[in-house]
Design a protein around this ligand. Structure first.
Ligand code: ZN
Length: 145
């Protein structure tokens, strides 16, 4: 396991890049809209990990509610696992409160699931698995299913 990324809730990705890109010197790896989660996402690699800037699409989205309740700041920590299904079974057996009982597709086509902050010292936890061939958000041309 390793830290895949730190999710940081911001009001504006463009404004935040003045710090993370221009002042701190990180490079933007990619930007995308994850409509299902109501966010614009901007990934900035830091070694093998990344900073994930999260800008809400509206006030009624999860990140929008987080911003109005707590202001900008660390939104979640994402741990990379080899097998997200196995990780969810283990978490559930240990009594962790799962937000997602089964994985869904997140930014970059990764399979992700969230664990409630009540179970993890007050920090929202995301677990993530590299997209497999059958889960890729960018289907290969050879897909003849
Ligand atoms: Zn994330």
């Amino acid at each position: 396991m390793r830290i895949d990324h730190l999710g940081i809730a911001v009001a504006s990705i463009d404004e935040s890049l003045a710090f993370y890109r221009d002042a701190l010197g990180l490079e933007v790896e990619g930007r995308e809209t994850v409509a299902e989660q109501g966010v614009n996402v901007c990934m900035l690699p830091v070694g093998p990990s990344r900073v994930e800037l999260l800008e809400p699409l509206g006030p009624d989205t999860p990140v929008g509610k987080f911003l109005s309740k707590r202001g900008p700041g660390i939104h979640h920590i994402c741990y990379r696992v080899d097998d997200i299904h196995e990780a969810l079974v283990r978490l559930k057996a240990a009594g962790a409160r799962l937000i997602d009982e089964s994985p869904r597709v997140g930014a970059g086509g990764h399979l992700v699931a969230f664990v409630h902050p009540n179970s993890s010292g007050g920090v929202l936890v995301e677990i993530s698995q590299e997209p497999g061939p059958e889960h890729s958000a960018h289907p290969s041309q050879g897909d003849n299913s």
